[in-house]
Design a protein around this ligand. Sequence first.
Ligand SMILES: CC(C)(COP(=O)(O)OP(=O)(O)OC[C@H]1O[C@@H](n2cnc3c(N)ncnc32)[C@H](O)[C@@H]1OP(=O)(O)O)[C@@H](O)C(=O)NCCC(=O)NCCS
Length: 171
Amino acid sequence: MNEVEIKILTPDEWELYKLARLNSLKESPDSFGSTYDQEAVLSDAEWRSRLDLKFRDIDALPLIAELKGQPVGIAWGFIHKPNLQVAHIYQMWVSPELRGKGIAKSLLLKIKTWALGRGCSLMALGVTTSNEAAVNLYRKFGFIAAGQLEELRTGSPLVVQPMTIELNSVV
Ligand SMILES: CC(C)(COP(=O)(O)OP(=O)(O)OC[C@H]1O[C@@H](n2cnc3c(N)ncnc32)[C@H](O)[C@@H]1OP(=O)(O)O)[C@@H](O)C(=O)NCCC(=O)NCCS
């Protein structure tokens, strides 16, 4: 997968991000707490501002995987104040035709390196329990179940398992 490049998204790349994120919500509706309908109505300014980390005063790592200029994967690392010890992982998605080639693992490794650089001691995420590919991805990476199951969305029969991995200084 030498041609796939993983980059940090800038506010000017909001259209690329919008395309990938809406694709992910449409293609994998059971993988995310948010929905295509909720995000398809966001304005251009809102898409741009999501990536404007300085303006939002947040510490985050919005990643995009690109193949020949086309978005084929996304993932975010996100540190919420005031708990600066935990880096959360959100929005992980890889385009169906490029799955099984290590792109998600590469995205996770980039977030892990970033989180270590920020001095985090833990990475955390939530995964729908029926999502075998994602559960396996995170388990293989070293995440373990942590905490009680939560509803994916209010009223949804799907449940999300929180998972964490402790970080150490060796990448
Ligand atoms: C889950 C997802 C991100 C994995 O992306 P990917 O790029 O295909 O994953 P990778 O190729 O990096 O795989 C890494 C490991 O994950 C596991 N894995 C990935 N896909 C799998 C599958 N279909 N079945 C079982 N295990 C799988 C394997 O352990 C794999 O390691 P291996 O190839 O050495 O056995 C992708 O399937 C996806 O985008 N799914 C829809 C969105 C989603 O579920 N996002 C997660 C939200 S929490």
